[in-house]
Design a protein around this ligand. Structure first.
Ligand SMILES: C[S@@+](CC[C@H](N)C(=O)[O-])C[C@H]1O[C@@H](n2cnc3c(N)ncnc32)[C@H](O)[C@@H]1O
Length: 253
């Protein structure tokens, strides 16, 4: 089943982009702590482009990548004034080639990915391949900053939980499950969107996988990253097995 199709139309209305908006000031603190001055960056799984806009306001020239044409269409409208380059590509493998030299990969000072996006990689091998693709697209000593849900979060916040919300012209019900054996969670999301006097219903099922801190660090190191920070997200405390969301700050060797 395709995901983030009609969901794209209600994503910002549901404030689903708030997390990534919050990640940018946090990243700015990370920049200050590590004296990072990125001139350009790529936001992986950029969705509707909200993080791109916040980074542009900080003076970072951004590009975005996502597999959903519908999410990118909204991102394109929102980022029009920044002339952002948006790529429709799927992780784990992506090749963004230099328009002037088709043999060269485009490289960035920074790659980011927020709000569970990397949890959509449903095998260790796909997560590793994603890290390898990111590595290829970073300048020497470039930075990779991302957050991920932990298995604890998927177990505690997702398992057998139902979340619902209602606004004037839309409503949603999310039914979640978690399988501790393979650390995979599913969300069966039902949306209702008002169309004139009628309500349209649409459904999407999403899958995420949680990875232990040890596995994420192992994969980053084996790809050729130095881990500069591995935080309980939104803080500068080292992530522990009690963390619900981690934020990794890694530098290309
Ligand atoms: C939870 S949304 C996060 C969007 C955005 N980063 C934000 O914080 O609002 C996850 C995004 O990942 C994208 N995505 C999921 N799997 C992907 C894949 N394999 N390749 C590229 N994009 C993917 C989806 O299309 C969606 O836009």
């Amino acid at each position: 089943m395709h995901i983030y199709k009609k969901f794209a139309l209600v994503y910002d209305q549901m404030d689903a982009d708030l997390h990534s908006k919050r990640m940018v000031p946090y990243c700015n603190k990370i920049f200050k702590n590590f004296k990072i001055k990125p001139l350009n960056g790529l936001d992986l799984c950029c969705g509707t482009g909200s993080a791109i806009i916040e980074f542009e306001k900080l003076g970072v020239k951004m590009s975005g990548l996502d597999q959903s044409a519908e999410m990118l269409a909204i991102a394109a409208k929102k980022t029009k004034k920044f002339k952002t380059t948006l790529y429709q590509k799927s992780l784990p493998k992506f090749h963004l080639l230099d328009i002037n030299d088709s043999q060269k990969h485009v490289q960035f000072d920074m790659v980011t990915s927020f709000y569970d996006s990397l949890n959509y990689m449903l095998s260790e091998n796909d997560l590793l391949k994603t890290f390898q693709s990111v590595h290829k697209h970073l300048n020497d000593k470039g930075w990779f900053i991302f957050d991920m849900n932990t298995p604890l979060a998927l177990k505690t916040i997702w398992d057998e939980q139902v979340y619902a919300g209602v606004k004037d012209s839309m409503a949603w019900v999310w039914q979640n499950e978690y399988n501790p054996k393979d650390k995979k969670a599913s969300v069966h999301a039902t949306f209702f969107k008002k169309q004139g006097k009628l309500w349209e219903r649409f459904d999407e099922t999403h899958y995420e996988k949680g990875y232990s801190n040890t596995v994420i660090k192992k994969l980053l190191k084996s790809t050729g990253f130095i881990i500069k920070g591995f935080y309980d997200c939104h803080t500068f405390k080292t992530a522990t097995r009690d963390s619900y969301r981690i934020c990794a700050v890694a530098q290309k060797k």
